[in-house]
Design a protein. Structure first.
Length: 466
């Protein structure tokens, strides 16, 4: 059987378009509110997408929370007291630099264009141009005006029902702020000792002007965050430890290829003023290298700011030093949607099999949206159909299983390959004779006979989150 592995479009634009089309066609991701013309910067996860997303988050939670005795979970509200965003610096400084195009009137971020260097005043949010670079508009080819405008990307809303008495509030610009606000509660209810962490998977919102790139930059998104609280003297060692933890997770657990990942350190102009150091884990997207997670050595800035603005003592008694200490924070903050997009780019496959194109997702089995498919070999054979449905009914109690008897067995295999189902179980006449089924493996297309009695234990082991 001649096969040419992974014969997918080589150009970034073609590759990106193929994934976007695939996601909509197969029910992974839909444009939000599409029947009304869509809403720019918002997407809905379809039936297969939500299953993949859930397994990714389950894997992260298992590895970052359950397997670590000093990490506590949290699920914080989307709205918080407005003063929290003043304390964090977002009200004054959560700004993007933008320049206008003379021709198409679009606004473009100059810090993303070749040759531009800008510096931000973190107190006022003002951007200063250090070097003017490329001035050709990437959207229309017109001329960019080299004058920077500041744009605050916090989304505003209002609380209350009486006009004139409504209180301005903000949707979360970053999900991690709940952790700082609930840090004192976690300390009082669980009495942790340093070092310890608080983890959360939560929504965030940004009123982005420059969109595009599918799920990479949206106005509503999810982040997975670990804020790790340490003694100041142990912060450097903890920072290196968490950099290694998160790097290895993307490779060994999420299944991204090492050659498609790299580290990039923030420049002095880019790094936030209170951070000792900051690095991004970047993935090689169709348009080039871009961030999927940031690792930040944040010092004591966050707790100090919230302590001052709320007039609350956020120091923690440290039995090692027998004194109160304001911990330093090591942050690992990643974009869930960006990791989702990278995962599809990484595992989408096309290959030629006997003159026809086979599409499949080579996802790690434990992440697959559908985990096992069950087929009768012949849909008109009542005995085979009944036995196949019996097996399906048993399997679906523990797995996200699907039963399919529509079309030829080859077409059924192809349908499941395309959405990443790692295993297909086929019931045939031999099943009725000796209690074995054909188990087909998605990536290799190899088949083996397996006792029905052994099927459950095989799947439990093969689909277990690592």
């Amino acid at each position: 059987m001649a096969k040419e592995k992974n014969s997918i479009p080589s150009t970034g634009r073609e590759r990106a378009q193929k994934i976007v089309s695939f996601c909509k066609r197969k029910g992974f991701v839909y444009p939000s509110s599409e029947i009304y013309g869509g809403l720019s910067g918002f997407y809905d996860f379809g039936p297969y997408g939500v299953e993949l997303l859930r397994r990714m988050k389950d894997l992260w939670w298992k590895n970052m929370v359950w397997e670590r005795e000093n990490i506590f979970g949290l699920d914080g509200a989307i709205l918080m007291h407005p003063r929290a965003w003043e304390a964090s610096g977002h009200v004054a400084g959560f700004t993007d630099p933008l320049v206008d195009c003379r021709d198409c009137k679009s606004r473009v971020r100059p810090d993303k264009l070749p040759g531009w260097r800008l510096q931000k005043d973190n107190q006022s949010g003002e951007w200063k141009i250090l070097t003017v670079g490329e001035t050709t508009c990437p959207l229309c080819g017109g001329e960019l005006i080299p004058e920077v405008r500041q744009f605050n990307i916090l989304m505003e809303t209002y609380l209350g029902v009486i006009e004139g008495e409504k209180q301005k509030a903000y949707l979360k610009g970053e999900s991690c702020q709940n952790i700082y606000l609930d840090y004192k509660n976690v300390c009082e209810s669980h009495n942790p000792t340093l070092p310890f962490g608080i983890a959360q998977i939560g929504k965030a919102f940004r009123n982005e002007i420059t969109l595009g790139k599918f799920l990479f930059k949206t106005r509503e998104f999810e982040q997975w965050d670990v804020e790790y609280f340490v003694r100041p003297t142990a912060a450097d060692a903890a920072y290196q430890e968490w950099k290694e933890i998160r790097w290895q997770w993307y490779i060994n657990k999420l299944g991204l290829a090492r050659q498609n990942l790299r580290w990039r350190q923030h420049s002095e102009e880019e790094r936030i003023f209170y951070a000792t150091d900051a690095w991004d884990i970047e993935y090689h997207f169709p348009w080039g290298w871009d961030e999927i997670e940031g690792l930040h050595h944040r010092g004591d800035y966050d707790l100090k700011q919230h302590g001052q603005f709320s007039q609350t003592d956020l120091r923690l008694y440290d039995p090692q030093t027998k004194s109160k200490v304001l911990p330093y924070i090591i942050e690992a903050s990643g974009g869930v949607g960006r990791a989702f997009y990278a995962l599809l780019l990484e595992h989408y496959r096309e290959e030629e099999v006997e003159g026809r194109t086979r599409i499949y997702l080579s996802l790690p089995p434990y992440l697959a949206p559908l985990q096992v498919a069950v087929f009768p070999l012949v849909r008109t054979d009542r005995a085979l159909v009944d036995r196949a449905r019996q097996i399906y009914e048993e399997l679906k109690k523990q797995f996200n299983a699907v039963y399919d008897e529509d079309g030829s067995i080859g077409r059924r295999y192809r349908r499941q390959d395309e959405v990443g189902t790692p295993f297909a179980v086929t019931v045939d006449q031999q099943t009725l004779e000796d209690g074995t089924v054909t188990l087909r493996h998605r990536d290799s297309m190899e088949q083996e006979r397996l006792k029905v009695a052994s099927l459950l234990s095989f799947l439990v082991e093969a689909l277990r989150l690592p």
